[in-house]
Design a protein around this ligand. Structure first.
Ligand SMILES: [Zn+2]
Length: 321
């Protein structure tokens, strides 16, 4: 059997654990709800139990465990400093707790960095040495892979690209700033914009959906926009505008060959990307048409899981060449 390792994607809502071999084949994937209310110790116990079952089933694991977590880390210490999606985990020593229970090497990584590494390993970035990835979910995550390695910065906290400022005098952001990319291009921002459309009575389709008692999500807004609803289409044009402004800044700063957009809200690529490219052309004078690539993630929801498994296999932050 080929070498394999465990990838864990520890989200605020879902906990996904997979055994993945060195060729990138998923041997088995387990999905559980993250019982955040029960606190970190209970969640760690669940992770250890699921990992133990996978090891028992497939045996002879040569790799370790890679874990992607949503939040800011003290990378060297393996401690989660803070996470808006995992309340009660502040300063929790995730790495040491799991290592001591399973007696296996654990590599902790920010989830958006893990997703960028996953795309570099097996996704749209596999033929590139450097890339930048934005993950549009509840927030906007960012990851930088430079010359084959995740760029961590000196404290291990680099790549918070969701908090570059794109809207002058914009709305407050959970980070304490205002007008961050996250406040304009996350799934949360799409829902907020839809609520504004509803309040203004600008979309009969959205009103009908609300009257039927459905839960308003970014996916619902996307489905309604796809059917031709102008007000909902404008929401995605606004997302494209701010993504374009943000990516133009990244292009001007980094001059990388590839920028990847992933996360659930990337499904609306067809609706936001024309405006995104328009604003990139307008705001970046080193954007090179036909050469600088801006692409949608191909691994979609599994990018972070693959990236985490890559860290489990290699125990380092060096990506494949
Ligand atoms: Zn922010």
């Amino acid at each position: 059997m080929s070498r394999w390792a465990i990838g864990v994607d520890l989200g605020g809502t879902n906990l996904r654990i997979a055994a993945i071999d060195e060729a990138g084949k998923i041997l088995e994937k387990v999905s559980l709800p993250t019982r955040t209310r029960q606190g970190p110790a209970a969640v760690v116990r669940e992770i250890c139990q699921a990992v133990g079952e996978l090891i028992h089933k497939f045996e002879a694991m040569e790799g370790g465990i890679g874990i992607g977590v949503p939040g800011i880390l003290y990378l060297e210490k393996g401690i989660l400093k803070q996470s808006p999606n995992l309340p009660g985990w502040e300063n929790y020593p995730v790495r040491d707790e799991i290592e001591s229970k399973l007696r296996l090497r654990v590599c902790l990584e920010n989830d958006a960095n893990a997703a960028a590494l996953g795309e570099k390993w097996l996704g749209i970035g596999r033929n590139f040495q450097s890339l930048c990835m934005l993950t549009l979910g509840t927030g906007v995550g960012g990851g930088l892979v430079l010359e084959g390695k995740i760029w961590h910065g000196f404290l291990g906290m680099a790549g918070e690209l969701g908090h570059i400022v794109v809207a002058e005098d914009g709305l407050p952001c959970p980070c304490g700033g205002r007008g961050c990319l996250e406040t304009e291009a996350s799934a949360t921002a799409i829902v907020r914009k839809a609520q504004e459309v509803l309040a203004a009575g600008r979309s009969s389709e959205l009103m009908k959906f609300q009257q039927d008692g459905g839960e308003l999500t970014a996916h619902v807004v996307y489905e309604i926009a796809k059917k031709g609803d102008t007000a909902c289409q404008e929401i995605f044009e606004s997302v494209g505008r701010y993504l374009g402004i943000g990516i133009a800044d990244l292009i001007n700063t980094l001059n990388l060959p590839l920028y990847v957009i992933g996360g659930g809200a990337a499904e609306a690529w067809d609706l936001f990307s024309p405006v995104l490219f328009e604003h990139v052309r307008q705001h970046s004078y080193i954007f090179c048409e036909g050469s600088t690539r801006i692409e949608r993630s191909v691994l979609k929801g599994d990018a972070g899981l693959y990236g985490a498994a890559y860290l489990g296999l290699n125990g380092a932050v060096t990506a494949p060449s």
